[in-house]
Design a protein around this ligand. Sequence first.
Ligand code: SF4
Length: 510
Amino acid sequence: MAASTGSALTSTAFLSNKKELDVAAFSSSLPFSYRRCERTVSKKICSVMTPQQSERKPSATGSVKTAMTMTEKIFAKASKKTELSPGENVWVDVDVLMTHDVCGPGSIGIFKKEFGENAKVWDREKVVIIPDHYIFTSDERANRNVDILRDFSKEQNIKYFYDIKDLSDFRVNLDYKGVCHVALAQEGHCRPGEVLLGTDSHTCTAGAFGQFASGIGNTDAGFVLGTGKSLLKVPPTLRFVMDGEIPDYLLAKDLILQIIGEISVSGATYKAMEFLGTTVESLTMEERMTLCNMVVEAGGKNGVIPPDSTTFKYLEGKTSKAYEPVYSDENARFLSEYRFDVSKLEPVVAKPHSPDNRALARECKDVKIDRVYVGSCTGGKTEDFLAIAKVFLAAGKKVKVPTFIVPATQKVWMDLYSIPVPGAGGKTCSQIFEEAGCDTPASPGCAACLGGPRDTYARMNEPQVCVSTTNRNFPGRMGHKEGQIYLASPYTAAASALTGYVTDPREFLQ
Ligand code: SF4
């Protein structure tokens, strides 16, 4: 593992030490080898691999006899194989293909070029088209992209096209949702055990539901549109076991920023990241989505969480399609296992200009900021805003810098105006935000998370410093190339808005 980019305290406190990791069970003179991979993979001793088993027990899934991880089982099911290993290339049947206004037109173009102008998609009920990126803009090319999606959806009779026609008021567009990854979950397109591919790198968000979910390029998407199949390499799995009660000043965003800081932006390249443990079990679906959303920032192929009663409850009433959850076998082979004691964690941020540039929030208390942005598929869900409201409520103060509120979807927007914030005497998030001096909640969508056309709401058009609940902080990500983005949890973002500096939320929550 790469040396921690944060303080020694965060690194050693969060990641269990070698003794706790039971490293003593392994010889330190030998590299770990992952025998089921075609190519031997070695790792330094910094985490522990599940002990190799001499005896193979039957898998939990019917005819499958080889111990497998969740991700391997989903691949096996989708490729109609009884067993497979990391590194194998297999054709998988795709359950859902999602595309949006940025990559949809390109994918459609490739589909038409390769399958013919009059070709039909493989299944009109398995293609989900969600305009969300460059929506509320006068940019003609961006508007044209949405028109292309509309024409194609009409031509193909696509069942799930979440259209927007009237840009002046999103509320009159009853079909319009907003950010694709949150909309996919809210509209019941995420189901355990399935394969969901999307032309967006954060498609991995849906791994929270125990499915294989991953981003693909336009060429692959064009092929999926025509055939419903994709050729995929089975990724090996890294297992992250998080135990302990999550302190009430931490959110899932802190956990994933901590992990990315620990393993680096390339630490999980083409690997599945499986999250489990008592902490993960205690997380809501929205928090699990935050965890899986950012696996791609560590290079992960997918993130995945074992489905449980929380998952099944969330899905109630959202989908009528039967699904089959799968779970890693007891003796499945993991490339590495990382164990974390979450109770020892502190709020963290990712400093400019990389999601693995981790630091404790309190270490950055002298960083003066110009604005706070709350939104995106990572940090623009209902619970993210409830977290912001909780800090504002506890502080009873006004924000010191412009604070932008961008609900991910139309449903989230409605929640801000209708759900009473716990302990607020019936007040909603929107009322609390108004009293704190935030900007009025904007139209739902990706907005300034990825910059967008110059007239995009809350775009960083100046070289400012921003604390953001989004997932990327590369140069230019939110607009200006010299802008500085500190990725943070909603708690830390709210605390920072109240002081005008990067601020540990414990300043207001304890
Ligand atoms: S909110 Fe940001 S990260 Fe999420 S899909 Fe939109 S642009 Fe991508």
